[in-house]
Ligand binder design. Sequence first.
Ligand code: PLP
Length: 412
Amino acid sequence: MSFIKDSADKEPIVDTVFGIVNKARVAKADLGLDKVVDGTIGSLFDEEGKLVALDTVFDSLRNQENRVLAAYATSITGNPDFKAAVYNWVLNGNCPTLRCEVIATPGGTGAINMTINECLDPGQTLILPSIAWGSYKIMAQVNELNIMTYEMFEGDHFNLESYKKVCKKVMKKQKRLVIVMNDPCHNPTGYSLSDEEWKEVIEFLNECSKTHSVVLLNDIAYIDFAFGQERAKDYMKNFNDISDNVIVVIAFSLSKSMTSYGMRCGAALVLGKTKIGVKEVKNVFEKNARAVWSNVNNASMVTFVDIMNHHLEEYNQERLKYVNLLKERANTFIEEANACELSCYPYKEGFFVTLKMESNDIRDAFHEAMMEHHIYTIKVNKGIRVAMCSLNLKKIKGLAPLMKEILDSIEQ
Ligand code: PLP
């Protein structure tokens, strides 16, 4: 007998992150911080090993009146000034020809799950990258969806051929495509598509849209830590070229952008050519929001608006300091990895670098062996994720050659 609906997967969650994070925590408590390399943590940490909480953000929060922090949002889809600020910040003027509706969500997670849930019927197929953030799969499972994955890379580039092949396969089975792309600063590899690659993607999706409706779900969780900063948003110009039968949903997250992970705020930006298409998506998303979370954290929204309207310069400068730090850490790791021929997926920018593994068996053995050397990392499909966001430079220097030594020892 079960208390849960028949269709639910009743197995415990397979969480590849929290278990290892815990192991690293225990090791640090037992051996001391200096002896352990903890490359598991996916939040930004400073060089002293402390979580970064941007002063600009939390000073603004503290300056709000208690009643403002306590209040409900003024609308299910988010406060109007929040939606306007998100529109301006995320798109940076790049999509003037498109209709847009913004729906505030609890983090990027809220935007992604809402899109998956409302755009596909149970039994249909969601398209994901072969190496990806683990939550997408859980969302697919909870929404009773199948998944198909496209290979992320062909050599050092985005694998457009695989992307096309998978979309075409799915088009044979259903009338709508829903495709997740996590760009720029892909988690876990740190890849960002070039403008040319984005052009080709949009051209192809327009082709598909002649016979199928297409929803491109672009997860931009790490965009504000892209090395090109606002230039990293230029690729969105390509969205102006979508056809009437394509919708782009951008999932934006304040978790990383504002270093406010636990304050659960983000947004879905629904972009399309036609008023009727965008409106339909907005209506459905609004009802989903009402049913699932009702309304979004007012304190987060008010703080975001205050920063955008009154403290933008300080916020940009403070964030830039950490963008530069991230760049220095990643450059150090990649240079040393290249020098000792430790193979990594093509990294451009972002929180993580991922080591390329020939097989998941080798990956498992390597991951285990590294833990014997008190190096903690996260396993991903055919890879090992190393967090540049939370390891300080001292720990990063010399890490790649040590990893290579361990890898060579298990491969013999
Ligand atoms: N997308 C990716 C790739 C992520 O790694 C994360 C967080 O780790 C998210 C989205 C969503 O984060 P949140 O729901 O905290 O905004």
